[in-house]
Design a protein around this ligand. Structure first.
Ligand code: NAD
Length: 501
């Protein structure tokens, strides 16, 4: 089935056993209060592979009560950072002991390449835990030299009960991007995985318990956005919500937080990231960067370089080489080691992408390659490249979140900067050039939370990222990611008879 090859849902199937399907509350797997369950689908076939418990308001309430109790009276926030860190290290070890099974869960549930899950998603999850485990005993305040007769200091204290609501494109990495810094800070957590991809989250809940994370500290509620998600963001006993997902839902979460207990929120939202390629670039390298910057993880990546601006002198060459790469890209079963791109995660997303492709054609963009779905089962889409795209076209304005690239031609750096900034989003951007002045000017002129020079989607745990503009606010990764879960308390006391000022 391709573009290239591979033959369908069953030929490479390595279906792992689905061991956990209930909600995880206060250290135990439990049915939902309503007893309801919902289907989990394998995007390779479009068929159901499991049913999981469906959490709703009452279940969120129970999970928040458990998290509240664990925060207000339990050992987790009270133990030393070093102790929390050592439990988190154990958690990371357990993840590494189960890499194959966890990778297979994200593959059957998310359509993600098994090979990538094995060497990237799951091992990086362990690394995220270790990064924040190492930071847990280095949470410092500052000493304040105050006016005469006073002294003071600040404490960074855990913010309390954290509600985390995550999307389906990186079920494992999103889970730990939220959970690891919150745990290191000493918070307790209620996490809602996306309804499309709950399976690995439940496995992580089990491993957390085995590692020694106390009951109530990490709770997992499977469920839908309008019910379980909304119950978290409007809950009076949740002290903070950390969200990754669409801008539209981000707005709902902020509204719910404002209408309840004014809890702070951090929002990692959508993007429509520009990548600007200048004429002096090495064309093959630029094409590789641009191609992987969009088609990695089937285009389901928030920072995807979906608007590619190419300077006029090399435009046709870049176009041609990108099309060659797309034609050689193998679409098929994500367990097949030869495959480059598996199915889109859900039917809804698959249909949404195809409808954007139709928009692109109707609005006059030139379809260079792709544009169709592949096969008659599962959610496979050809890598698709449009040329001659204009900023006012729907495919240039809206986030597609799939394997669809828009190519645009520009003449000058000033024009490229202006057009790259012509978006409501500001998550990421890239520039490819050998001219340092150009790289520096573009980096400082683009309004986005992370800029890649001569690379793209290069993440590092110590490098925080997060949006500008309608891509949200707040940071994940790095120490800034940890500070999201800490609040500053100032302590002031008189100091008497000190000769020192
Ligand atoms: P989504 O916003 O529809 O859903 C994300 C999560 O929010 C899911 O768990 C969903 O159940 C929940 N949700 C939905 N409605 C809710 C509500 N009313 N209240 C509370 N929670 C609710 O997004 P999606 O379609 O699952 O994911 C794709 C989007 O996520 C894209 O826009 C993408 O850019 C964005 N994303 C951003 C990043 C980032 O780091 N900035 C990373 C991944 C995905």
């Amino acid at each position: 089935m391709d573009n290239g090859s591979s033959n369908g849902a069953d030929s490479f199937a390595q279906i792992p056993p689905i061991k956990f399907s209930k909600l995880f509350i206060n250290g135990k797997f439990v049915d939902s209060v309503s007893g309801k369950t919902f289907e989990v689908v394998d995007p390779r076939s479009g068929e159901a592979i499991a049913r999981v418990s469906e959490g709703d308001k009452e279940d969120v309430d129970l999970a928040v009560k458990a998290a509240r109790q664990a925060f207000d009276h339990g050992p987790w926030p009270r133990m030393s950072g070093a102790e929390r860190g050592s439990i988190m290290m154990k958690f990371a070890d357990l993840i590494e002991e189960n890499i194959e099974e966890l990778a297979a869960l994200d593959t059957i549930n998310g359509g993600k390449l098994f090979s990538h899950c094995k060497v990237i998603d799951i091992p990086v999850a362990a690394k995220i835990l270790r990064y924040y485990a190492g930071a847990a005993d280095k949470i410092h305040g500052t000493v304040l030299k105050l006016s005469k007769g006073l002294q003071g200091y600040t404490l960074r204290e855990p913010i309390g009960v954290v509600g985390s609501i995550i999307p389906w494109n990186f079920p494992t990495l999103m889970f730990f991007t939220k959970a690891a810094p919150a745990l290191a800070a000493g918070c307790t957590v209620v996490i809602k995985p996306a309804e499309q991809t709950p399976l690995s989250a439940l496995y992580y809940a089990h491993l957390a318990s085995l590692a020694g994370i106390p009951d109530g500290v990490l709770n997992v509620i499977n469920g839908f956005g309008d019910t379980a998600g909304a119950a978290i963001s409007s809950h009076m006993e949740v002290d903070k919500v950390s969200f990754t997902g669409s801008t539209e839902v981000g707005r709902k979460i902020m509204t719910a937080a404002a209408a309840s207990n004014l809890k702070p929120v951090s929002l990692e939202l959508g993007g429509k990231s520009p990548l600007i390629i200048f004429e002096d670039a090495d064309i093959d390298e630029a094409v590789d960067i641009a191609f992987n910057g969009l088609f990695y993880n089937k285009g389901e990546i928030c920072v995807a370089g979906s608007r590619v601006y190419v300077q006029e002198g090399i435009y046709e060459k870049v176009e041609k080489k990108l099309v060659e790469k797309a034609n050689a890209w193998i679409i098929g079963d994500p367990f097949d080691p030869l495959v480059n791109q598996g199915p889109q995660t859900s039917k809804k997303q698959f249909e949404k992408i195809l409808s954007y492709i139709e928009h692109g054609k109707r609005e006059g963009a030139k379809l260079l390659t792709g544009g169709k779905h592949i096969g008659n089962k599962g959610f496979y889409i050809e890598p698709t490249i449009f040329s001659g795209v204009k900023e006012d076209m729907t495919i240039a304005k809206e986030e597609i979140f799939g394997p669809v690239m828009s190519l645009m031609k520009f003449k000058t750096m000033e024009e490229a900067i202006k057009r790259a900034n012509d978006t409501m989003y500001g998550l990421a951007a890239g520039v490819i050039t050998n001219n340092l002045n150009v790289a520096n000017t573009v980096s400082r002129s683009i309004r986005a939370g992370i800029i890649w020079i001569n690379c793209f989607t290069r993440f590092d745990l110590d490098c925080s990222y997060g949006g500008y503009k309608m891509s949200g606010f707040g940071k994940d990764f790095g120490l800034d990611g940890l500070y999201q879960y800490l609040q500053i308390k100032s302590v002031v006391t008189p100091i008497q008879d000190s000769p020192w000022h």
